[in-house]
Design a protein. Structure first.
Length: 187
């Protein structure tokens, strides 16, 4: 019993990520990410005349409901299904992908390094909050839930701020590692 307690107390998200982060897993996650972006989302988007709310940086309750109304019943239904299925699996995929990628790049187990490697999961939380709000608004339309719309817009904005940070950190550390590799190769 004491051994189990000790092993549980040593478990952290970063230690778990250290155990699973492998280049092969990263390649699988990148492939899955590309399937979402290049195959699944375009298939659900239809003609793409109306952009989804989650691609905007922010919006007012009025803008959200104008857009939701413009979708029409079929697109609202399709969007609700997509936001509660594909758009749940997608953020799980990209969050894990970026966390594995950052874990492979950052060799340190320091607290700041761990925080950077877990940042993709902050994006995940805001993305899931955003999706939940969008589904609630879609399913309750034409009833207006302005507080839900405002909270959903805030989740969308936070998602994009953190997503941008994760992308910049990943690109920056990737470039740094590439420069290190090239410098070692030249010597």
């Amino acid at each position: 019993m004491h051994d189990n307690q000790q092993s549980y107390s040593q478990f952290t998200p970063c230690s778990w990520m250290n155990r699973i982060a492998r280049p092969a897993l990263l390649m699988v996650l990148i492939a899955l990410y590309l399937v979402f972006v290049l195959v699944l989302f375009p298939a659900f988007a239809g003609d793409g005349e109306v952009a989804p709310l989650d691609l905007k940086f922010s919006y007012s309750a009025e803008e959200a409901y104008q857009q939701i109304e413009s979708y029409g019943p079929e697109i609202r239904h399709s969007y609700a299904i997509s936001a509660s299925t594909l758009d749940v699996a997608y953020p799980l995929t990209y969050s894990l992908m970026f966390s594995v990628w950052l874990t492979l790049l950052l060799k340190s187990n320091s607290k700041p390094s761990c925080m950077i490697r877990m940042l993709p999961f902050v994006v995940l939380v805001f993305d899931l909050l955003e999706n939940s709000g969008i589904v609630v608004m879609l399913l309750n339309f034409p009833e207006r839930l302005d507080r839900v719309a405002t909270a959903t817009s805030m989740a969308t904005s936070f998602k994009w701020v953190f997503a941008g940070s994760v992308i910049l950190l990943t690109l920056g550390y990737s470039l740094y590692r590439l420069v290190q590799f090239l410098q070692r190769s030249v010597k």
